[in-house]
Write a protein that binds this ligand. Structure first.
Ligand code: CIZ
Ligand code: SF4
Length: 319
């Protein structure tokens, strides 16, 4: 079996040979993030990945993440080839928001502005007025609410509920959730806090309201990473995918990061906080994607042109 070093050397050589760049999400495995960094690629949240993909000079973009991230890269860089280690890496929010049903829902409320999370298919983005990520969701909804707009929000009900509470906006929420964040439990986190009383609790707003309520900081992945650096605490209980520990630990080597429990006391689920679809990205299929790119991201041109409008609005708003 090839070693990590051998994989890294091969992947770096292949990236160079193909004028390719590797873009990885914070939730991918540490080795995938490490090679993205070492090869001059990029690690980030979905907004930053989208922005990076739109601006790169590379001919080939390799997206290590989940499918909607590959689609977004392709929509924003239609003349480039976008490949993924596997197109099977999807997302429960994307799966929970089929375009036909969502379109019907929107048609029943034609007076509402349609705002969708980036974690959706290109088809769903194509029927939206706005795309958002968790890093700008509160700001964007505030902006629309100030203009008197009523909103349809899809697909994440927890993030939508959080934004609604923060802004007081009139929002109708689609009913889907993230299978990773949904499992965090307030009780388990509080039990852990009793063991580590000085720890700060960091929570991603895809988590249930009861978990958001006990957070010291609620934010997107990038915002949580910043908080882990700037807060004086030496310990952190982190309620998001544990892939994020790679960056947190790198930026604060002296601090300790503890995975928030996903069950109550006595739960058998000791390390569920990792997205099974993000975990499908490995050094092996990453290397294979560069040798023989089979999982090429294609988006129908008409859909892409429609989806590009709310995506560009997102990038413009986030500036
Ligand atoms: O949970 C996800 O998939 C997140 C947080 C995506 C992103 O970076 O916005
Ligand atoms: Fe989707 Fe949740 Fe996985 Fe993110 S962590 S890709 S929201 S299932």
């Amino acid at each position: 079996k090839a070693t990590k070093e051998a994989y890294f050397a091969d992947i770096q050589a292949l990236l160079k040979e193909k004028n390719a760049v590797l873009v990885a999400h914070y939730y991918t495995d540490a080795l995938v993030q490490e090679i993205a960094e070492k090869s001059g690629g990029f690690i980030g949240d979905s907004l930053e990945m989208a922005r990076f993909g739109a601006n790169t000079d590379a001919d080939l973009i390799v997206v290590a993440g989940v499918r909607f991230m590959g689609e977004t890269a392709k929509i924003l860089a239609p003349n480039k080839t976008v490949v993924m280690p596997t197109l099977e890496a999807t997302c429960s929010l994307d799966l929970g928001c089929p375009v036909d049903e969502f379109t019907k829902f929107c048609e029943q409320h034609p007076d509402r502005e349609v705002v969708v999370y980036a974690n959706t298919s290109a088809e769903v983005k194509a029927v939206a007025d706005w795309v958002v990520t968790s890093s700008i969701a509160v700001d964007l909804i505030d902006h629309l609410d100030a203009q008197g707009k009523k909103i349809i929000w899809g697909p994440d009900k927890h993030l939508g509920g959080y934004v609604q509470k923060q802004t007081g906006a009139d929002m109708l929420l689609w009913d889907a959730s993230c299978i990773v964040h949904e499992e965090f439990k307030a009780k388990g986190i509080l039990d852990m806090k009793a063991m580590y009383p000085d720890a700060a609790i960091l929570v991603h707003p895809e988590s249930p309201d009861s978990v958001v309520q006990i957070a010291d900081v609620v934010g997107s992945t990038t915002q949580l990473i910043k908080a882990s650096q700037s807060l004086p605490n030496q310990q952190f209980i982190v309620a998001t995918d544990r892939g994020i520990f790679y960056k947190m630990q790198q930026l604060s080597p002296q601090k300790s990061f503890i995975e928030a429990p996903t069950g109550g006391a006595g739960s058998s689920c000791k390390s569920c906080a990792h997205c099974p679809w993000m975990a499908m990205n490995t050094l092996e299929n990453l290397k294979q994607a560069l040798i023989d790119p089979t999982d090429i991201v294609e988006v129908d041109i008409e859909i892409a042109n429609k989806a590009m409008i709310p995506l560009n609005r997102m990038l413009e708003f986030a500036k």
